[in-house]
Design a protein around this ligand. Structure first.
Ligand code: SAM
Length: 331
């Protein structure tokens, strides 16, 4: 394992992107992510404190991490999130993003912008209020749309809207979402359902392949692929050929992009994790809480990257879904 230089794994992938889950708690209960009742959350003292998170981020920055994304759970339910963004902003990352369900975005958009947040991704799986309620089981569509408006008013542009498509549930809204992207300038990204739901009910028949989404949209509005110079980004990007907006597909299951993955994760309880689908985790929390220094944190981060497998293996016969589900890892 290298002890200096970039954060490289055994397959030559250099890591520059750190996803930090700041809580496993959420104010919604989306069907593809959490159980409706009976979710148990980690005791608060098991979560990293905000200063522990900022410390790991600083060490990661010194190892070549340039991009940070806060997620969860729902990051905007954690007290101190605005101050954390300000602390991360002082570390001079090229990019600090946040993925949110937007239930608290209207009230927090301006403080987040002022604290230095660069980009916001909003999850929204239906443009129909009753269906939104059925999929997300708490919250409401109007609040999410108001959150997007507030984010734009606060100065965030090109908001990305994450849509998890489920066969027979919301796959008849592909064109509605494409029209939404065209009329709002928001970048709608269709995400394949991954085997990370808390109930363990995922099956391949429920996911809607990215190819199918592209075919459906381009029959109505021709699409052109965008070469954006970010081959490591999970979304395949397309612009409407008539110039009205952009969409993306994240085909994690049917067209895995592990070969260019440059992402590393830090869970809310301080585990460094090199893949959504790998159960291998190394604790920086335990190292920090037993008096470890920054060099010890560096060793954990390097070891995690070095241990990364070439791919997530979802499509291989022996695939076993990870023990922790999406909200516990951080999406
Ligand atoms: N609470 C925030 C939100 O709703 O965006 C951030 C955390 S959430 C886990 C991050 C992203 O993961 C969301 O866009 C969500 O739709 C997506 N997600 C959750 N479970 C998923 C699954 N089983 N398959 C695909 N995407 C999933």
């Amino acid at each position: 394992m290298p002890t200096d230089g970039p954060l490289v794994d055994q397959y030559g992938r250099v890591h520059a992107d750190l996803r930090i889950s700041i809580t496993d708690r959420c104010n919604l209960r989306c069907v593809y992510c959490m159980s409706e009742e009976g979710m148990t959350f980690m005791p608060r003292d098991e979560s990293l404190s905000m200063s522990e998170i900022a410390r790991v981020a600083r060490v990661a920055r010194d190892l070549g991490i340039t991009s940070i994304r806060l997620t969860g759970g729902e990051p905007l339910v954690r007290r101190g999130v605005v101050e954390l963004i300000a602390d991360l902003s002082a570390l001079d990352f090229a990019d600090i993003g946040l993925t949110t369900n937007a239930m608290r975005l209207a009230e927090l958009a301006t403080p987040l912008k002022r604290a230095g947040l660069s980009r916001v991704n909003v999850s929204c799986d239906s443009l129909r209020p009753d269906r939104f309620a059925a999929i997300r089981r708490r919250g409401d569509l109007a609040t999410v749309l108001a959150g997007m408006d507030a984010a734009e008013a606060a100065g965030f542009s090109r908001i990305k809207v994450n849509v998890v498509l489920l066969r027979g549930v919301n796959d008849d809204e592909i064109l509605d979402f494409a029209a939404f992207a065209r009329s709002t300038g928001r970048v709608v990204r269709f995400i394949e359902f991954m085997p990370l739901d808390a109930e363990g009910e995922w099956d391949r028949g429920q996911l809607v392949p990215g190819r199918e989404v592209l075919d459906a949209i381009s029959r109505q509005w021709p699409l052109e692929p965008m070469a954006d110079g970010h081959p490591e980004a999970p979304a395949e990007r397309f612009r409407f050929a008539d110039g009205h907006g952009e969409i993306g597909v994240i085909s994690s299951v049917t067209e895995p992009f592990c070969g260019t993955c440059n992402r590393l994760r830090l869970t809310a309880d301080g585990q460094v994790r090199n893949c959504l689908f790998s159960d291998d985790e190394l604790s920086v929390r335990d190292v920090m809480r037993s008096g470890g220094d920054d060099a010890d944190i560096e060793r954990i981060i390097r070891a995690s990257v070095w241990g990364k497998l070439p791919g997530h293996a979802i499509n291989e016969p022996g695939f076993l879904r990870p023990r922790r589900s999406m909200s516990m890892i951080g999406g």
